[in-house]
Ligand binder design. Structure first.
Ligand code: NCD
Ligand code: ZN
Length: 346
């Protein structure tokens, strides 16, 4: 198989940022993706329906002429979030999910949730109206090793929450462990998991062995090899529980390459080519469309996209820029470390 045509894909977890960075990175996603669930972790965060409407307008205003792209907005859950604002946001049709960041878990999560009891009225309203909760599934307890934070979150936060509110629809975002994919597999149709491109490609050695490589550092941090293999198996299984959320998370190089560097891999420009490579390696090219174009819309209750995108395997490897320019500074594109021959041709 050297050519594939897919329904136009969507990205179910994307950081578009704001201002100069938004201007620079938006075309990189809009070129290939029809829609994306847009993360709300701006400074200050996108908390209310009014915030989300204003951010959505800024995104659309930065879309280059001739490109089409639908931002699916999310609200950043805080302990002050008003359940009736969330209900209005869902009713508007523009807000598709609410994002749970445990306070301190990742970039710009300081306004997140410390005590889940405080947000139970919001979560109960979401369960009632069917609005999904997207979770950054890591505990923040400094006693818990960073490589164990996802598994501990599932046992001590997510599973108890889902028992309390069985109607709540939950997306386990960017799962990185075999425990994560196993939990998602058993959760029924109210539970799904997104998987990033980079977690299918790198394990923790890529970050740490032979020198520290800040552009491979993201959160949740890549784990050991057995977890990468479990993610590959899940993503290529054909199960509708798993779909793509790139978590493409651009930071300017100056903020990545410093003594305390930011977390995030910028994968928007080359994600589709990389995924074709991975799915071919797993002998699952026929399942790529489900992962990138079908399972996500089905979970979110949306139609799949009408348009298509074509990929072609060529003799020459893809050439991507090492960095893209933004008015805030250069942003390094994720480098898989091997040649990739699957070109996006439309
Ligand atoms: C994200 C960011 O930079 O906003 N970083 C990351 O490593 N993925 C935050 C997040 O999704 O955790
Ligand atoms: Zn993210």
């Amino acid at each position: 198989m050297h050519r594939i045509t897919l329904h136009r894909p969507d990205d179910w977890h994307l950081h578009l940022r704001d201002g100069a960075m938004l201007r620079a990175v938006l075309p990189e996603s809009a070129r290939h993706f029809a829609r994306a669930i847009v993360m709300p972790n701006l400074v200050p965060p996108v908390v209310t329906l009014a915030d989300a409407m204003a951010y959505r307008q800024r995104i659309l205003a930065n879309l280059p002429p001739g490109m089409s792209f639908e931002p699916l907005m999310t609200l950043y859950l805080t302990e002050g979030t008003d359940p009736s604002d969330v209900e209005r946001a869902a009713a508007s049709g523009l807000v598709k999910a609410v994002k749970l960041y445990p306070a301190g878990a990742t970039t710009n999560s300081q306004s997140g949730v410390r005590n889940l009891d405080k947000v139970m009225p919001v979560l109960a309203a979401m369960a009632r109206i069917g609005l999904p909760l997207c979770t950054h599934g890591e505990v923040t307890d400094p006693q818990v090793d960073i490589f164990d934070r996802e598994a501990v979150f599932i046992d001590t936060v997510l599973d108890p929450l889902r028992r309390r509110l069985p109607e709540l629809r939950v997306v386990m975002e960017h799962v990185t462990t075999e425990e994560g994919v196993a939990y998602a597999a058993e959760g029924g149709d109210r539970l799904a998991a997104t998987i990033t491109t980079h977690h299918l490609i790198i394990n923790r050695n890529h970050i740490l062995a032979g020198g520290i490589r800040p552009h491979y550092y993201c959160l949740p941090v890549a784990k050991r090899e057995k977890h990468r293999l479990a993610l590959r198996k899940a993503a290529t299984s054909g199960s509708p529980r798993y779909f793509l959320g790139t978590d493409s998370a651009p930071h300017v190089d100056a903020l990545k390459e410093q003594a305390c560097g930011c977390a995030g891999c910028f994968t928007a420009p080359n994600t589709l080519s990389l995924l074709a490579h991975v799915f071919e390696e797993e002998e699952a090219l026929d399942r790529l469309e489900g992962f990138v174009s079908r399972h996500g819309p089905a979970f979110y209750g949306l139609p799949a996209n009408n348009g298509t995108i074509r990929l072609e395997k060529r003799a020459e490897p893809c050439v991507w820029p090492e960095k893209i320019a933004s008015d805030a500074g250069p942003v390094t594109v994720f480098n898989p470390g091997f040649p990739v021959y699957w070109h996006v041709v439309t």
